[in-house]
Each structure stands twice: as structure tokens, then as C-alpha cells.
Write a protein that binds this ligand. Structure first.
Ligand code: ADP
Ligand code: MG
Length: 699
């Protein structure tokens, strides 16, 4: 068996392969395109395509596909084979530069939110050379952006690349003011920690709620879930370990730097974290990771649940988006520096992030809004829907000192030095950890923790990059005019802290008192549900910012709002329909059949001796009979609520009706069914229980 370093990236057309197989002038041109965004000549594309095909065919690939991320949230691919007939009746394998650069999938079935009139069904995909091509299932996958013929983005990659460009542009302006002339490019990097549940395939197949909606819609709480905290970082079961080993190998072959794996808080819950990479690549790789997680699970007789809330009453799954800004010269701009001057630069970027998160709380919330994630945010689970920033005691102390022009009293390590006359030097070792903050500074990066486990990380990073670009732009506009840089910088930082300190919160984010303080005193937004937040993307403030940095056009923003709300509605309607179906065709009949059994027993007893019939039997028959009737009634009311939704005047009203009418009706039905579960003999219950599912993966 070869070692990891032998096979790592063996299915990726990465820099090592390019260098080895491309003529050196072609390689140099391609690198210029990748590193500096230079336009690619067709002759270069042809040479790259030829080399890519030869490499892929040698590895057994027969097809190629433009791999893209439409607004459905998953990836899409349409396979074409390399074969071209040859005059002698056989075939040759061909792939041209044109096919590499551009594809024309029929786009009419992908969501476009009205952007693409149906008569213009075509869209096109365009190669993104900054993300390496790879082989999956004998198919060469070429990462691409997906646009309409009018040039509007129909995917998540296009605006992500635009947002990275916007941030690059504004960050370079700031760096120049600090005298960093050698920096050519600023990029953001992300390491997404991915949570997931593993259950057995056998049990999964028995639950239509899991199959249709990805989460359980019924299920009484078992005697034990996560109270003992015995799962977190616990020993990984051999069966799960085999899964993780297999998963790592698959990911490593695809060049994904899968690094950390451990059990999470809930039983059957686990986490995988890769080593961070450029945001664009991290996004592609996270999509790929989620796909491979599910595929590998199937090989092990397991199912990987990526839903944000597969089980009520048990911790849901999120994705932590560890985000930093760095230069091509290797400097992490969110890392406190060694010299006071570097620290002044660090504080400038830090303040830009603080301002961005405060000014665009709504956009950040919107970027993680889905029906599934609403069960975590805004419910009694971490993190809350209110966005705040955790900085840690030391950094917080420094900002306070700057704000008040007061001397800084170091918390432990007193290192107050007014470097450049204005800014203190401090320790980079910010070891304090806060696990409840939605947006936490962790020493040299921010960890945005509100993402749901199934979310593409693209949306969060688009909004993050764009809003930080906006802060930097405002800073640069002001500082470029300055006659006394140090002085004006100090004033700017002080002003930013004063204006935006309300967003900084270092306490416990789960605390009810915090939500009160946040909303009442600090006037922070508490957008609990998707219909609460999504329409805010259309506000003048947000449209002006996003179009100003060319991250989205107005039409693209409108279409995204519509698509996201549609997704929300469709998701919940499918859930409601599934509940009605399960209640009527599985749960009610199961309870009836159990009633029948008890009645039969009672009757037999009665025939022997009427005194043998117990009060227990009579009461239970009564109770369960009432319960069945309630279940059927509530299922009918739910069905009724679903049918009234179609009368809504637009998608915003529809999503609000779903939130206010359908969701409560679903909850009511669930409560009665879950109670019936606790009264019904296990042998009659029609599908695996929470206990079965959560503790079912055994060796
Ligand atoms: P935690 O304590 O939250 O588990 P880790 O230190 O294990 O945090 O890191 C979590 C993730 O953060 C990993 O994916 C890691 O690669 C990523 N990460 C570390 N440094 C950076 C950075 N400078 N920029 C972006 N991501 C980073
Ligand atoms: Mg983390």
C-alpha cells in the first residue's frame, strides 16, 4: 500500500501535473491566468485541453463535464464523452480548448428567479482556471461558473469570485497607504469545519421523512441523548473509523486536505475539517466533500445526514467558516504583527471587519438562511440569530483603551507601548475561546459559526468579502486624502470603535439576557426566520453596496431573493405533505392496530373472568383512541393550511404564511404523534425510533 504522499491529489490536474505535462510557454501563460487573472489565448486553451484529456484518459476517464454550482445548493454536471468517430469506423478521444473554456448546458431547469426568460433556455458555463480540474467516477470535472446568455450569474461561484476581486481591490488600496507596494494580490482563505450525522442505511430506508426531507419529522425523545457529554471527542467506533479512513482516502485523492476528525456533541454526530485554502477552492472542495461523504457512507451501509437539524431535541449540525485575509507575500492581515506599525495595519483590517459585520448584520444572516438552518438559529440552540463579534479579553481591552484615549492595562501580560505614537503593541497569543459567539476572533482569523451543515459556504463568503470590501473602501477613501496619516488613522480607528462597539460581545451568546440586551439596548437585529431576513436583501443600503462592488446586479439580487424564499416554501411544504402522509398511513394505523391487540387481550380476559380486565387496559384503549382521532384531525388541518398557501399574492407573503400557519400546524401534529409513540408498544411502531437511529451504528 502506498503512502498518503504518493497518492495525495492523484486525481487532480494540479500544479505538479501542469508543470510536468504542459509545454513551458503554455504553463507560464496558464499560471498568469490563474495568478493574475490574465486572459487566456485560445491556442493556450487548446494545448491545456489536449494535455488534460491525455492525463484523464490515461487515468481511465471516458467523459468530461463542466462542474458547476447552480442555485439549488448542490453541484450539477452534464457528462459528454471524449469520443469522436474516426474515418476507419473507430473512435479517437478528443477534447478542444473551446470545450474546455465554454459549455452550453440547457439551463431551463435550473432556478433563475426570473432572470432567464424561458424562451432563452440556454445558459453557459465558463471554466474557472483558479480551481483545479479533477477526476471523479471516470469523468474529468472542470470547475466552471454558470451564467445566463445575458451574462447574469445563475450560480454561486460567479459572485464569489467577484466578491474576492472586490476585497482584493480595496485591500490593496489600504496596504499601499501602509507602504506595502510589493503586494500584488490579497485573497481570503477559508477552512470550513463540517458537521454530519451517520446512521445505518437499513433504518434510513424505513423512514420516509428522512428520505424525502433529510430530517425526522416525528420521534419521541429517547431516555438518553447527549446529556452525559460522552460523545464529544469520544473514542471513535471501529465502524465509523473505517468510514472516516475511507473518506479521507477518497478526499486526499481529490486533493482535499482533510485534516481533523472527531465525534461531536450529539450521539452519531461527527466532524471533519480540512486545512484552509483560498475561498474559491475551499468552496468547491466543500461541495465535493459533502458529495463524497454521502457516497462513501453508502459503501459502508450508512447514510450521512447533512441536514441542519435531523433530530429535534438533539444538537443540530453547522459548518464553521474560518476566514482570514492574506497577501500573496504571505502575510495574514488578521494576525497581530510584531511591530507597532504592523499592528496599526492589523487594527485597520480588524476594524474594517467589525464595521462590516455591524453594518451588514442582515446580509450575513441572509447568507445562512434556509428552512433547515432556522431550526438552529433563532431556536434554543447555538449560535443565536443575533449576530455579534467575540474578540477576547485582551483585544477588547485594547480597543476600549483606544476608544477612550486611556492607557491600556493589559489583562495579564502588560505590554502597552504606544508604537507609532498611537497604537499599542500586544500579544498575539489570544488563547481564550468562546464557543457561543456567532462570529469569533480566534487569534488570526474569524470563525463565522452560523452556517448550516448543508449550506454552500459560497453565500456566507460572498457577503463577508463584499461587506469588508465596503469598509475598506470607506477607510481608503478617507485615508488617501489625509495629510497626516498616523493621526488620521488613529482618529478613524477610534471613530469606528465608537460607532460599532455595540456589535462586540464577549459573554455567553446562548443566554436569554443577552438576546434582550442585544435587541433592546444595542438595537441589533434578531432575524429569527428566513422570511424575516430574506426580503432585507432588497433594501437600498444592501443593493447599493452589492452593486457598487459589482458583486451582484440588481436583477441578480432580486432573483436570489425569490429563489431562496421559494426554496424555503418548497422545503416546508414537502415536509408538511410527508407528515400528513406518515400520520395517516403509518402512525394512525399503527396505533389502531395496537388498540386492537389490547382490546383482543381484554376480550379474552373478559370471557374467562370479567374481573381480569384491568383499568390499565381500559384507560389505554380510551387514551389511544382519542389520540388517533386527534392525529387524523390535526393531519387534516395541516393539509388544509398547506392548501391555503397557494392563495398568497407573492413569494414573500407565501413564505410568511408558511412560517405562521404551516409550521405551527406541523408542530401540533408532531406533539400528538410523539406522545402516541411513548404509549404504543414498540413492536407496533412503524419505523425506527430516535433511540434506534441515534445509537444504531454498532460494530
Ligand atoms: P477549532 O478549535 O475551532 O477546531 P482549528 O484551529 O482546529 O479550530 O481550525 C479550524 C479550521 O480553521 C481548520 O479548517 C483550519 O485549517 C482553519 N484555519 C486555521 N488557520 C486559518 C487561517 N489563517 N485562515 C483560515 N482558516 C484557518
Ligand atoms: Mg471551530
Amino acid at each position: 500500500m502506498s503512502t498518503v504522499s504518493d497518492y495525495f491529489g492523484c486525481n487532480v490536474f494540479d500544479d505538479r501535473v501542469m508543470k510536468a505535462v504542459l509545454p513551458s510557454d503554455v504553463y507560464k501563460s496558464l499560471r498568469k491566468t490563474i495568478d493574475e487573472g490574465k486572459k487566456l489565448e485560445l491556442s493556450v486553451a487548446n494545448a491545456v485541453a489536449e494535455a488534460m484529456k491525455d492525463w484523464a484518459v490515461e487515468k481511465g476517464a471516458t467523459h468530461f463535464t463542466h462542474w458547476f454550482q447552480p442555485l439549488t445548493g448542490i453541484t450539477a454536471e452534464k457528462h459528454d464523452s471524449f469520443i469522436t468517430p474516426s474515418p476507419d469506423g473507430g473512435v479517437i478521444m478528443e477534447f478542444s480548448g473551446k470545450e474546455l473554456i465554454k459549455g452550453e448546458p440547457d439551463a431551463s431547469s435550473f432556478p433563475s428567479g426570473g432572470l432567464r426568460a424561458t424562451f432563452e433556455a440556454r445558459g453557459y458555463t465558463a471554466w474557472d482556471p483558479t480551481s483545479y480540474a479533477f477526476i471523479k467516477d471516470k469523468t474529468l470535472c472542470i470547475p466552471t461558473a454558470f451564467c445566463s446568455y445575458g451574462g447574469e450569474a445563475l450560480d454561486k461561484k460567479t459572485p464569489l469570485l467577484r466578491s474576492m476581486e472586490a476585497l482584493n481591490k480595496q485591500a490593496l488600496r489600504i496596504l499601499k497607504l501602509f507602504g506595502n507596494e510589493d503586494v500584488k494580490r490579497v485573497t481570503t482563505s477559508v477552512g470550513p469545519e463540517q458537521e454530519y450525522f451517520l446512521i445505518t442505511k437499513e433504518m434510513y430506508e424505513k423512514r420516509s421523512d428522512l428520505k424525502f426531507t433529510g430530517r425526522t419529522l416525528f420521534g419521541a425523545k429517547p431516555p438518553k441523548t447527549q446529556e452525559m457529554d460522552d460523545h464529544y471527542f469520544g473514542t471513535i467506533q471501529p465502524k465509523v473509523q473505517e468510514y472516516m479512513k475511507d473518506l479521507n482516502e477518497e478526499l486526499w485523492k481529490l486533493g482535499v486536505l482533510a485534516k481533523t476528525e472527531h465525534n461531536e456533541v450529539a450521539p452519531a454526530q461527527h466532524e471533519l475539517a480540512p486545512i484552509y485554502s483560498s475561498t474559491n477552492i475551499a468552496t468547491d472542495q466543500n461541495q465535493l466533500t459533502m458529495e463524497i461523504m454521502q457516497k462513501v457512507a453508502a459503501r459502508h451501509g450508512l447514510v450521512c445526514l447533512l441536514h441542519e437539524k435531523p433530530f429535534a431535541g438533539v444538537n443540530g449540525s453547522g459548518k464553521h467558516n474560518n476566514w482570514s485575509i492574506g497577501t500573496d507575500t504571505g502575510v495574514n492581515l488578521l494576525s497581530p504583527g510584531d511591530t507597532p506599525y504592523e499592528n496599526a495595519q492589523f487594527l485597520t483590517f480588524l476594524c474594517a471587519v467589525i464595521k462590516a459585520v455591524d453594518d451588514y448584520q442582515d446580509l450575513l444572516r441572509i447568507s445562512v438562511a434556509t428552512a433547515g438552518n432556522d431550526h438552529r438559529l433563532g431556536a434554543n440552540e447555538a449560535p443565536p440569530a443575533v449576530i455579534s463579534i467575540f474578540l477576547g479579553e485582551e483585544l477588547n481591552g485594547i480597543l476600549e483603551a483606544i476608544e477612550k484615549d486611556a492607557p491600556y492595562k493589559g489583562v495579564e501580560k502588560k505590554q502597552m507601548k504606544l508604537g507609532v505614537d498611537v497604537l499599542p503593541r500586544f500579544n498575539r497569543d489570544t488563547t481564550d475561546r468562546n464557543r457561543t459567539s456567532p462570529f469569533a476572533f480566534t487569534g488570526n482569523k474569524f470563525e463565522f459559526r452560523m452556517l448550516g451543515s448543508s449550506n454552500s459556504i459560497a453565500c456566507a463568503n460572498i457577503m463577508l468579502n463584499a461587506s469588508v470590501a465596503e469598509s475598506l473602501k470607506i477607510f481608503a477613501d478617507e485615508l488617501e486624502k489625509s495629510k497626516n496619516f498616523e493621526n488620521d488613522l488613529h482618529k478613524l480607528i477610534q471613530k469606528t470603535i465608537k460607532e460599532h462597539k455595540r456589535i462586540i460581545f464577549n459573554g455567553n451568546g446562548y443566554d436569554d439576557a443577552w438576546i434582550k440586551e442585544a435587541t433592546k439596548k444595542r438595537k441589533l437585529l434578531n432575524l429569527r426566520t428566513t422570511p424575516d431576513c430574506m426580503p432585507l436583501i432588497l433594501s437600498d443600503k444592501n443593493v447599493t453596496m452589492l452593486t457598487g462592488h459589482k458583486v451582484f446586479s440588481k436583477a441578480e439580487i432580486e432573483s436570489r431573493c425569490e429563489i431562496m424564499l421559494e426554496n424555503y416554501s418548497k422545503t416546508i411544504i414537502i415536509e408538511a405533505n410527508t407528515m400528513v402522509d406518515m400520520a395517516k398511513s403509518q402512525i394512525a394505523p399503527a396505533v389502531e392496530s395496537y388498540i386492537g391487540d389490547i382490546a383482543k387481550t381484554a376480550l379474552t380476559k373478559k370471557q374467562l373472568d370479567p374481573k381480569l380486565v384491568s383499568k390499565y387496559e381500559k384507560d389505554l384503549i380510551k387514551k389511544l383512541s382519542v389520540s388517533v382521532e386527534r392525529i387524523l384531525d390535526l393531519a387534516d388541518s395541516l393539509k388544509q393550511e398547506v392548501s391555503t398557501v397557494s392563495g398568497a399574492k407573492d413569494i414573500i407573503e407565501e413564505s410568511c404564511m408558511i412560517r405562521d400557519k404551516v409550521l405551527p400546524a406541523m408542530n401540533e401534529l408532531r406533539v400528538v404523534c410523539d406522545e402516541a409513540e411513548t404509549l404504543t408498544d414498540r413492536a407496533h411502531w412503524p419505523f425506527p425510533t430516535y433511540g434506534d437511529l441515534l445509537f444504531g451504528v454498532k460494530n
